[in-house]
Design a protein around this ligand. Structure first.
Ligand SMILES: Nc1ncnc2c1ncn2[C@@H]1O[C@H](COP(=O)(O)OP(=O)(O)OP(=O)(O)O)[C@@H](O)[C@H]1O
Ligand SMILES: [Mg+2]
Length: 524
């Protein structure tokens, strides 16, 4: 085990507001935290860093009373505390926004912000006060949405910001954000950071978990690194180089991403002459996405780039049979087909992995094995159960290929860390051996090591003839993996370009505004 390095000097406020001392938590078969210490200071942003499954969320849950520690002490403002449940932690001034949005889609925005703390008048909920206060909090966040609208009608990003609104409504002394940015676009992240800075200035201590190193280096004053449930060390951000941080997180030298890029360059993918695997002609859906003409060759990786809400997911949903098109047509290997349901798409070997793993993906209560074989089973029909032995083999092979942790097919998926849940979902779609795999944000919430694994996998699948639609808000990743890039803006396809002609900057310009499009056409 690595000896934790000596913590650097505390900032201006010498007394930590939160101090976790040598805390341990075990789950059956796994020590999630092993004598981990951690501290937070008022007016400081502290990032908890570590790979998927390192113990970040577990530490947060110990701090907020979701889990009881097996041993160790938690001090809050110098006093030992032991919260039972988040409500107690919240009353003490510790607010948390969890990794997965866990609000109620069928209640209004205002009701979600105030839930459990509704203003009352003569015993009844005071709806007017509730609306007014919600407006105030939303305005503070610069969020222009109707407090009376149903939460479920908003995008995932907005829902995430509403849960932050809920947290700051309580006037927290400590604000914990567990991967709050994984579903936000660049503008929304900038907005969130503005809010974090202003909370920080007013003396709030903020715990920020993210797998995006750029964001961490932009916002965090202090870093604590965990690996496999143990403390590696606490550092002031400017003192730790990125490469050092990554090495501390994964405990070994980093494999090079350049190797990956080389492989994509060598694999030309598309054999330009033949019939493409998929072709759309003016395929569209009213109110959702304007007609698109698109081809995807066998073994080709087509990246979709665009802002959240630009239509990239909408096109993917048409291709995956999730939404029905109401204009144009779709051909597979030259034959017209209609995809009315995901099941029909699957029958044509088209698999769609949703960006929304909570509501359209993972089944919490099922084991890793049952989650992995779910799509395959649905495809076979429920009356022909997959033989137990076959299911076992499948699960084992994907657990190995994707490094799913814990490596136990019987583990209940709810208990897996967020990134590992994402890997299980990916395994489910790989198990149906698709000809076209549509991946909507497959690496969101996934640590840097696992991300490289998934990217490698996509490349080798394409090398073996599978076509891939790859959607991601991270342009580096889209550029690294794709042969061609389709750019979406305002729900229409505005460009379909060879990757060779593109750089991050030119792609960004295309996504952002129309003029750059012409600039690029000139240079391409
Ligand atoms: N309720 C639980 N029951 C069993 N095991 C659990 C439970 N909660 C967490 N674990 C295990 O504890 C370990 C730490 O998980 P944790 O969720 O804290 O990771 P994390 O650092 O937040 O990862 P990620 O970046 O993927 O979110 C993992 O191996 C996970 O499977
Ligand atoms: Mg987590």
């Amino acid at each position: 085990m690595t000896e934790p390095s000596r913590p650097p000097a505390p900032p201006a406020h010498p007394e930590p507001i939160v101090e976790v001392q040598r805390i341990s938590i075990s789950f059956p078969g796994i020590k999630a935290l092993d004598e981990v210490s951690f501290r937070m200071f008022a007016g400081e942003v502290h990032s908890l860093m570590g790979e998927n499954g390192a113990g970040k969320s577990t530490l947060i849950k110990a701090l907020t009373g979701v889990y009881q520690a097996d041993s160790g002490t938690i001090l809050f403002a110098g006093t030992p505390v032991s919260f039972h449940g988040t409500a107690q932690a919240q009353d003490a001034g510790i607010s948390t926004v969890y990794q997965e949005v866990n609000l109620l889609p069928n209640l209004t925005v205002a009701e979600n912000i105030m839930l459990g703390r509704e203003p009352r008048r003569w015993g009844a909920i005071d709806k007017r006060a509730m609306r007014a206060r919600s407006r105030e909090v939303l305005a503070r966040l610069g969020l222009d949405i109707d407090p009376d609208s149903m939460l479920g009608t908003h995008s995932l990003a907005i829902q995430q910001l509403v849960s932050i609104a809920r947290a700051i409504h309580i006037d927290a002394k400590v604000l914990i954000l567990d991967e709050p940015t994984s579903s936000l676009d660049n503008d929304e992240v900038a907005e969130l950071f503005r809010i974090i800075r202003s909370l920080k200035e007013s003396g709030v201590a903020i715990l920020f978990v993210s797998h995006f190193l750029d964001q961490v280096y932009e916002i965090a004053d202090r870093l604590t690194v965990l690996r496999n449930g143990t403390l590696i060390g606490e550092y002031l951000t400017p003192d730790l180089l990125r490469i050092e941080l990554v090495q501390k997180m994964i405990g070994k030298e980093v494999g090079t991403l350049e190797e990956l890029e080389q492989r994509v360059r060598e694999n030309e993918g598309a054999d330009a002459g033949g019939t493409p695997f998929l072709r759309t002609r003016e395929l569209g859906r009213k109110g959702s996405v304007a007609p698109v003409d698109l081809t995807i060759a066998e073994g080709e990786v087509v990246g979709f780039a665009g802002l959240l809400g630009s239509g990239r997911t909408e096109v993917a949903r048409l291709l995956g049979g999730i939404d029905r098109s109401d204009a144009g047509r779709l051909e597979l290997r030259g034959d017209p087909v209609r995809l009315r349901t995901p099941r029909q798409a699957l029958a044509h070997r088209i698999a769609f992995s949703s960006e929304n793993r909570r509501t359209e993906g993972i089944v919490d209560e099922l084991s890793v094995r049952d989650n992995i074989i779910l799509a395959l089973q649905a495809d076979r029909g429920w009356f022909r159960p997959i033989p137990r032995k076959r299911a076992e083999e499948l699960a084992q092979s994907y657990i190995e290929a994707l490094h799913i942790r814990p490596a136990n097919p019987d583990a209940i998926v709810r208990n897996l860390s967020g990134g590992n849940q994402q890997k299980v979902l990916l395994a489910r779609w790989l198990a149906v051996a698709p000809r076209l795999l549509i991946l909507d944000e497959p690496t969101r919430g996934i640590d840097i090591g696992a991300k490289a694994e998934i990217q490698k996998l996509v490349i080798s699948l394409a090398e073996n003839g599978m076509s891939v639609v790859f959607i991601s808000g991270e342009l580096e990743e889209v550029l690294r993996l794709s042969h061609r890039i389709v750019v979406m803006r305002d729900r229409r396809m505005i460009a379909d370009l060879d990757n060779d002609a593109l750089t991050i900057d030119s792609l960004l310009a295309l996504i952002a505004d129309g003029d750059a499009e012409e600039d690029l056409e000139e240079t391409a």
